[in-house]
Design a protein around this ligand. Structure first.
Ligand code: PEP
Ligand code: MN
Length: 363
C-alpha cells in the first residue's frame, strides 16, 4: 500500500500542515446544522465540516440519526458556506446517498471497522468511485482489524485513505471515554508510514476539558490532523453532549495547539539535534557494552551454580533485585514501572541463558 496518497493530494486540502475537521456529532435540524457550521467558519479556518447522519448508538432508544433528510441540509451547508463536507457511512446505501448529496470525503466509524462484512460491503460500493475515505480504528485495540479495513478499502481502488485514531473502549473506568493507547496508532504508522493519521480527541476524551490536551499530544506525535465535534449548543446536543465544544472554544483550542514540524531547515537546530543524537548513540553503545558484560557474568554465575548444585532461579535474590533496582532508578529520576518492566525482561533473559547452558550440557 505504498501508493496511499498524502493529504495534500486531496482536493479538499488547500493548505499544508495539520488539517482540522469540525462539526456536530449529529445533524439534528436544518437550523442547528447550518448555524453550527456557519459559526465554525466565522470563528476559524478549517479544512472540512463533519456531521453524523446515521448514528450507530450503543443502546436502542437513543437518537439514531436524521437520515437522508440530513444530507439535503448538509448539501445546502456545503453550497452556502462553500465548504467541503464529510459524513459517516456504514453500509452500501449510505455510500450511495452520501455521494449523491455531494459528500467530499467519507468516514467509516469504529463500530463498522470491527466487522469485515460491513467493510467489504462499503468497499464494494466504492469500486470505481474517486473519493477520500477516513477509517476510524476499531473499538477494540486490534491493529490487524484496523489494517484489514484499510486493505479492503485500498482493494476497492481508493488511494486517498487516512486513519482516524479515536481511542479504544475498555471495561475499566479511566479518565478517557476511549483510552488512547497511542502505541497502536504509532504501530500503524510504522507499518504504513505514508498513511495520513488524524486524531479524534472528542471520542478519546469524552469530556470537553480533555480535547485540548489530547489534541496537543496528537500533534506532538506528528498526527496529520484533528477531528473535533463542535455544536452551537453542546449541552443540548442529541448525542455526545459532554464531549462537544462551541465553535468559539474550537477556535481557542485550534489556536492554542502548538503546531510542531517533524523536520526543519534551520541549520542551527539541525546541528544541535545531530549533536544530541550522537550523544545518544554513544550512550547506547555504552549501554550495550554494559549489558554484554552483565550477560557474561550471568553465564559465569550459571556455570558456578551448576558446579555447586544450586538452582538457577533463586526467589530471594530475584525479589531483592526486583525491589531494589526500581527504587534505585526512581532516585535517579527514571520511571519506576519502566525499570520494573526492564528488569523483568533482563531477569527472564538471564534465566533463559542459564537454563540453556544446562540443556546444552545434557545433550
Ligand atoms: C462519530 O464520529 O460521531 C462517531 C460515531 O465516532 P466513532 O465511530 O469513533 O464512535
Ligand atoms: Mn459522536
Amino acid at each position: 500500500m505504498k501508493d496511499i496518497q498524502p493529504l495534500e493530494s486531496w482536493s479538499v486540502v488547500k493548505n499544508g500542515g495539520p488539517i482540522a475537521i469540525a462539526g456536530p456529532c449529529s445533524a439534528e435540524s436544518e437550523e442547528q446544522l447550518m448555524e453550527t457550521c456557519r459559526q465554525i467558519t466565522e470563528e476559524i479556518d478549517i479544512t472540512m465540516l463533519r456531521a453524523g447522519i446515521w448514528k450507530p448508538r450503543t443502546r436502542p432508544g437513543s437518537f439514531e440519526g436524521i437520515g437522508e433528510e440530513g444530507l439535503k441540509w448538509f448539501a445546502n451547508v456545503k453550497k452556502e458556506l462553500n465548504m467541503p463536507i464529510t459524513t459517516e457511512v456504514a453500509n452500501a446505501q449510505h455510500v450511495e446517498l452520501a455521494l449523491k448529496y455531494g459528500a467530499d470525503v467519507l468516514w467509516i466509524g469504529a463500530r463498522s471497522t470491527v466487522n469485515p462484512f460491513t467493510i467489504q460491503e462499503i468497499a464494494d460500493a466504492l469500486k470505481g468511485v474517486d473519493v477520500p475515505v477516513m477509517i476510524k480504528n476499531p473499538i477494540n485495540p486490534d491493529l490487524a482489524l484496523w489494517k484489514g479495513a484499510i486493505e479492503r478499502i485500498y482493494g476497492a481502488g481508493i488511494r486517498q485513505i487516512a486513519g482516524i485514531h479515536r481511542g479504544f473502549s475498555s471495561f475499566e473506568k479511566t479518565k478517557y471515554r476511549n483510552v488512547p493507547m497511542w502505541k497502536l496508532a504509532i504501530a500503524l504508522k510504522t507499518e504504513l508510514p505514508n498513511l495520513p493519521l488524524i486524531c479524534d480527541p472528542s471520542h478519546i476524551g469524552g469530556t470537553r476539558d480533555l480535547i485540548y490536551p489530547v489534541s496537543q499530544k496528537a500533534i506532538d506525535l506528528d498526527f496529520d490532523g484533528l477531528m473535533i465535534e463542535t455544536h452551537r449548543d453542546p449541552d443540548n446536543a442529541w448525542s455526545d453532549a459532554s464531549q462537544q465544544v462551541t465553535p468559539k472554544r474550537l477556535a481557542e483550542i485550534l489556536n492554542e495547539v502548538k503546531i510542531r514540524k517533524s523536520t526543519t531547515d534551520a541549520e542551527e537546530v539541525n546541528n544541535k539535534l545531530d549533536d544530541l543524537r550522537s550523544k545518544i548513540d554513544r550512550l547506547d553503545t555504552e549501554l550495550l557494552d554494559v549489558m554484554s558484560q552483565r550477560m557474561s557474568v550471568v553465564n559465569e554465575i550459571g556455570d558456578y551454580k551448576r558446579e555447586n548444585n544450586l538452582t538457577v532461579f533463586q526467589a530471594g535474590r530475584w525479589i531483592d533485585i526486583f525491589q531494589n533496582r526500581p527504587e534505585q532508578a526512581e532516585k535517579l529520576g527514571i520511571g519506576k514501572s519502566f525499570m520494573e518492566q526492564l528488569f523483568k525482561l533482563i531477569h527472564d533473559e538471564s534465566i533463559r541463558v542459564q537454563t540453556k547452558v544446562v540443556n546444552t550440557e545434557k545433550a
